[in-house]
Write a protein that binds this ligand. Structure first.
Ligand SMILES: [Zn+2]
Length: 293
């Protein structure tokens, strides 16, 4: 099988997996891969990613001109082209709407807390690109701020975007983002999120080197902020682009895990809210009712 036919088959397979895992509904999402220095292979517009065939793909140049294919290229082609322009190392781009990660993108909560070692060593942080109207020129502009320093990001009120050194690498990063979003959601529902200390984050950063993990930018750990403010300021360069992967990691007292995050109210006071389980609450109510009798 030629390289091109292998890549066509790989896009079909990645599309099937994304659809099967519920990362896309209907015709959502798009996938592209470099076919050579000047050409891209891309999913077409208006097809369900779960039911594609290899012959459906489009070939375009890096300016988005269609070179081959019966169908028109993806409606998010401009975003893909921008990623390849900004990231000469990127061989593939995947965009989907995985529901839990997209929930974070809708809530405006980036996945930027130092929580899981695997996520820190691979993606670092997962910021949120500003809201932009899908399929317009706004979207590549919103993505530009983060794409040089990040392999994955959320798109506000829209979905997620990942890049990779090959197609499966980009797809696996999408899986990692959705998996991380699910774990973060469960931890937050449980009411507690212990963070890795800044020292531990730096240790993980060194591991990237020894495991040969290619990351587009280093991690910069900033003190964990409180839950009232949802994210930390990004470190940006002169062009306003993020220059590192900003992660919330509090300074530890030598221990690797830092217990919970201090909850503060909007006014900055420590949050004294008491959170009870349903069982505890029921027991209190029963006591109160009994004392009234
Ligand atoms: Zn989309």
């Amino acid at each position: 099988m030629s390289a091109e036919s292998t890549l066509r088959a790989d896009i079909v397979e990645v599309g099937r997996r994304m659809y099967a895992r519920g990362y896309t509904a209907s015709n959502d999402g798009n996938i592209s891969v470099r076919l050579g220095p000047e050409r891209l292979l891309m999913t077409p517009k208006s097809v369900c990613k779960g039911f594609m065939t290899p012959d459906m793909m489009c070939i375009t140049d890096l300016e988005g001109r269609k070179l081959q294919g019966d169908r028109d290229p993806s409606s998010e082609m401009l975003m893909h082209l921008e990623v390849y322009r900004q990231r000469p190392d990127a061989q593939a781009v995947v965009h989907a709407h995985p529901p839990t990660a997209t929930g974070f993108a809708v809530a405006g909560i980036p996945l930027d807390r130092a929580v899981l070692a695997e996520v820190l060593t691979t993606l670092g942080s997962i910021p949120i690109a500003e809201y932009a109207t899908p399929s317009t020129r706004e979207l590549p502009e919103a993505v530009r701020k983060y794409i040089k320093a990040h392999d994955g990001m959320l798109l506000a009120n829209h979905g997620a975007l990942t890049v990779g050194a090959d197609l499966y690498g980009a797809y696996y990063k999408m899986e990692t983002i959705e998996h991380f979003a699910k774990i973060s959601l469960v931890a937050r529902l449980l009411g507690r999120e212990n963070l890795l200390s800044r020292e531990e984050v730096m240790r993980l950063q060194e591991l990237r080197g020894s495991y040969g993990i290619q990351a587009p930018a280093p991690i910069c750990a900033v003190p964990g902020t409180d839950l009232a403010s949802r994210s930390v300021a990004d470190r940006t360069g002169a062009a306003g682009d993020a220059t590192c992967q900003t992660v919330q990691a509090p300074k530890g007292d030598g221990s690797r895990l830092v217990a919970d995050v201090v909850r503060r109210t909007a006014e900055g006071r420590e949050d004294e809210e008491i959170r009870l389980t349903y069982r505890e609450l029921s027991a209190l109510l029963e006591d109160a009712i009994r004392s009234l009798r």
